[in-house]
Design a protein around this ligand. Sequence first.
Ligand SMILES: Cc1cc2nc3c(=O)[nH]c(=O)nc-3n(C[C@H](O)[C@H](O)[C@H](O)COP(=O)(O)OP(=O)(O)OC[C@H]3O[C@@H](n4cnc5c(N)ncnc54)[C@H](O)[C@@H]3O)c2cc1C
Length: 444
Amino acid sequence: MKVTRLPVDPGPAAWSEILNPVPVRAPLAEDCTADWIIIGAGFAGLSAAQRLSELCPNANIVVLEASRVAYGPAGRNSGFMIDLPHDLSSKNYSGDTDKDRLEIRLNRAGIAYAKSLCARFGASDEAFTLSGKINGAITSRGVHHNDAYARCLDALHEPYERLGAGRMRELTGTESYIDGLFTPGTAMIQPAAYLRSLADGIESNAVRLYELSPVVELNRVGSSWQARTSKGTVTAAKVILCVNGHLQSFGFQQRKLMHVFTYASMTRRMNAQEIMTLAGKRNWGITPADPLGTTVRRISGDGGDRIIIRNRATFDSSMVVDDTRLKAVAKQHAKSFKNRFPMLPKLDMEYCWGGRLCLSRNNVPVFGEIDNGVYSACCQNGLGTVKGTIAGKLAAELACGVPSELLDHMNSVAETKALPPEPLATLGATAMLRWGEFKAGQEL
Ligand SMILES: Cc1cc2nc3c(=O)[nH]c(=O)nc-3n(C[C@H](O)[C@H](O)[C@H](O)COP(=O)(O)OP(=O)(O)OC[C@H]3O[C@@H](n4cnc5c(N)ncnc54)[C@H](O)[C@@H]3O)c2cc1C
């Protein structure tokens, strides 16, 4: 089957740009065989490759990545590995208590696996730190969202702490936040540093990882599968697809996946004077109390002291967005930044970028054996840092026949629901997003 669309990533991959450059891994340029082919080297692909090499130490594993490690969506996010329910299409991130409990178990297993890999591969604290995170509110509407989320956490018996305006100012240096809800289980990552550690780690296990190697065809050849790139082929008995929304480009889940872009901007390095003016702590992360508000991160590390703003979401079934969109979003980011940090009028954004998310209408992943010998660890519903990690790990376990309770849970999730026909799907989703962002008001 021909792959109908290849990934296009809008704007720079800032988390990689602010680190020391690393050489490109050579693209696939031969016809070869392997035991396993993994397509996609994001959270799901790298975790699947690592887990396979743990379970089958002598197996011949090939990973094919269209772009470079940490240049696709995995290297374009805000770096929150969240343990709690984070349903972006809900009012308060959570919903049904039983489903939420299951989600928490899976998310925590993802974070625990990521943590163990970071320890094993010697990743820095900047790459991965279990620090918790705060849902921040700027308006009384945001405070209501935090109140509602607190009630959900009470029902789940999950710990949290409410922070008043004073503590929010001490933490962030800005007076903008009037309320915060701290939960302790989130890990913060520098996505590029984290993914680089994982990629180097799996290569030390003798996994072959090819960058700039988009798979353009995936065909059955006898009892095996052959992945074709522009310069070579790999033939193997089993394939794990870790391409998130591009699963559709491989012919699966037609009219069942929602392709949403979200966007972020990162400031230039702050100078010493700006760091003093801002005050507050040097590393923190705030997700918005209103799911359609603004995520903000303050980082201090190898790439300097910077602030990252993330907001806006657009439904793009074409899986492509243009520069005009990025320019419009950059304006919103500058506004959201100035509203929060009026004390830093000269601190401009250095980077603005977008990245794809893949959601299903009923918030379920596409997981399991989707064709004979082809496994999917796709459709992460927005929280791919953790969901991709655990889905990749469990897909490897499923393919190797290693049973577990978590695998039973993953296998028990419902099928993805079909989307309405076009143009209804695009019109409906776009109207919902715009209305939600309008209602978010100053939280944006
Ligand atoms: C601005 C922004 C902020 C975000 N913030 C967060 C956050 O704080 N926390 C969180 O959990 N999530 C966040 N996300 C979402 C998160 O980045 C994704 O959910 C996650 O990257 C999905 O991981 P994945 O490994 O499943 O897929 P991806 O990261 O999309 O990886 C799939 C890989 O497959 C490759 N690929 C696709 N087609 C082919 C092909 N034909 N051949 C070879 N390779 C192919 C792609 O190049 C890509 O590298 C954010 C996203 C964005 C854009």
